[in-house]
Structures are given as C-alpha cells and as structure tokens.
Design a protein around this ligand. Structure first.
Ligand SMILES: Nc1ncnc2c1ncn2[C@@H]1O[C@H](COP(=O)(O)OP(=O)(O)O)[C@@H](O)[C@H]1O
Ligand SMILES: [Mg+2]
Length: 304
C-alpha cells in the first residue's frame, strides 16, 4: 500500500432541500487497497460516491484525486476515476468485445493492447467474443469492471457491485479486485449494505450511517495477531513458561495469561501449557468481530 492518499475527502457535506444528507466526511484512501463503504440502505453511500465522481456538487468540503481538486480541475481529476454506479450498462445483444470497444470511444488513447490487458485482467479472455446475453451474472459484473478500467484509472468505485452474486461469485469477484488493486496500485472503493460481502472483499471498512462516517475498521484475517486470553490455574508460572518459550508478547492477568498471537498459533500455545500440566478453563480472543462493531455502532438497527 502506498503512503500518499489517492483519494482525500475533506469535510465533505451535502444538503438537499434543507436536509443534510452527508455530514463532514473526512477520509483518505490509498493505492493498493480495497476499501469497503458499508452502511444500511439510505445511509448516503451513493450520494457520497456521486460527489466523488463529479456527478453531484458538494455543498461544502472537497474531493481530491491524486492531490487534484475535483471542483477546481474537473477533467484532470476525473480522468483518474473509473466507476460503476449501480448496475453496469451493457448491450446484451453485442459481444463483450463490442461493448468494450463502444466504451473505449469515450476516452482518448485506449489501445488494442490496453483492451486485451483489461480482458485478461477480468478473466474474460475465452468468452469476450460471445454475446453478453449468454454471460453469467458474474461475467457481466466483470465486463462492467473491465469497462471501468479501460482508461487505467487510479481510483475505481464500485457501488453495490455484488448485487445478486452468490458467496462463491463474491469470492471470485474479490480475487479479481485484489489483483487489480495490487498489480496496478489502484485504490478500489466498494460500497455495500451487506456486512458479509464487505468482510469478504475488503482490507478496511468505513461505516456510514445517516450521512456520517462513524468508524473506520481494519478487516482482520485469521493470520492477524490479536490478544488471546487463556484462563488457567497458576498464572505467574504460566507466564514464566510462555515468556521463555515463545517470542510473542505475554502478560499475566488475575486469572490467567494474555498472549498476542494469531489464531493459527493458538493450538501450539495451548499444547505447551497443557503438556506443562496447567489446567485450562477457557481460551478466548479479545478482538471484536467486525459484526460486533457494526452492530454496536449502528446500535442494532436493521441492516439492509
Ligand atoms: N437527489 C436527492 N434529493 C433528495 N434526497 C436524496 C437525493 N438523493 C438521495 N437522497 C436521500 O439521501 C439519503 C441517502 O441516499 P443514498 O446516498 O442513495 O443512500 P445509500 O446509497 O447508502 O443507500 C436517502 O435518505 C435518500 O432518500
Ligand atoms: Mg446506494
């Protein structure tokens, strides 16, 4: 992930007919990351996205793409943005290739080579000359993705892209998104009202509710190191055993020990303790799942 932000939202706000729809959103997004924009229907995701692509003027605040202000230098800023806002518009009676040719005419300088690159990148090499009406939903989404990538944007926005895809389809889609983000250092923003989708696809998540960005969270994989608490007899002795046998951080608590390890390391630490004769009463991680967090910040309101 690069260190300078590809996208900077600075106090972005929108009021329509006296109603404040978006409240002072501050957000930096980076190249190489897949960022999830999560919030219930009507939270303000599409409205924020419309301002990011220049389809709607902010009431106050600014959007910068690669350091260029979208209001001040619209053409330059927007040339770095690719977007699918809601469903991709595709001509179903034409082939995938013909669709891409059609969209390539909207930008200057898209070569045949670039076209082929994009086709390969979205995994449509073998089917690109077939009519779109013969495509599965996942293939159509990927063609839409290819269309948004043609002009090599540094910032790609996908508004509810997995609508209707099953979990396997979402996982497949994620693989393509990750590759694009990493290979071309593209910053990808994916919006959804479904936590499960965002959790599958993204590295970081911003939670939006009633027009306010209320929290930003890292999505933890199983290899992430978090604090695990082992409740056991003789905490002081257990602490001593672990500190001499593992390199990770160990802390004694009143009823056990806390170790900062990944989930994969839990069985080995457990074995060490059991074999040394300690009685273990429970093992739990102190991390909150994204779901706990999401429910807490949205105060248990219905999602979706
Ligand atoms: N052009 C508009 N005029 C008035 N209200 C709007 C307009 N566009 C969106 N809204 C309202 O703004 C809120 C956020 O909508 P939207 O951004 O579409 O939410 P999301 O994409 O998160 O479902 C909703 O209450 C919606 O009714
Ligand atoms: Mg929306």
């Amino acid at each position: 992930m690069s260190t300078t932000a590809v996208v900077q939202l600075d106090n972005l706000s929108k009021t329509i007919k006296g109603k404040k729809l978006i409240h002072n959103v501050n957000l930096d997004l980076y190249g190489g990351e897949v960022f999830g924009f999560l919030g219930p229907n009507g939270a303000g995701k599409t409205t924020t996205i419309r301002m990011m692509v220049g389809l709607m003027k902010p009431t106050s605040g600014s959007v910068k793409i690669n350091g260029v202000d979208l209001q001040e230098q619209f053409e330059t800023a927007v040339s770095q943005v690719g977007a699918i806002v809601e469903n991709p518009e595709l001509y179903k009676h034409l082939s995938g290739y013909q669709n891409l040719i059609h969209y390539s005419r909207m930008h200057k300088g898209i070569t045949k080579k670039r076209l082929q690159e994009v086709i390969d990148q979205v995994g449509l090499t073998n089917r690109i000359h077939d009519k779109v009406k013969s495509y599965s939903l996942g293939m159509r989404q990927r063609l839409g993705l290819g269309q948004a990538l043609l002009h090599s944007p540094k910032f790609l926005i996908l508004d509810e892209p997995t609508n209707g895809l099953d979990p396997a389809g979402i996982r497949e889609f994620r693989t393509y998104l990750r590759q694009i983000a990493q290979e071309d250092n593209v910053c990808i923003l994916v919006s959804s009202h479904l936590l499960s989708e965002i959790e599958l696809m993204c590295d970081r998540v911003g939670i939006i509710q009633k027009g306010t960005l209320i929290d930003i969270k890292q999505v933890h994989g199983d290899d992430q190191q978090v604090e695990w608490k082992f409740v056991l007899d003789q905490p002081a002795q257990a602490m001593q055993l672990l500190s001499t046998n593992i390199k990770e951080e160990v802390r004694a608590t009143t009823d056990g020990v806390s170790v900062t390890i990944s989930q994969e390391q839990v069985p080995a630490v457990n074995k060490l303790l059991v074999e040394a004769g300690f009685n273990i009463y429970s093992i739990e991680s102190t991390r909150e799942t994204l779901e706990d967090e999401f429910l807490k910040v949205t105060r248990g309101e219905q999602v979706g």
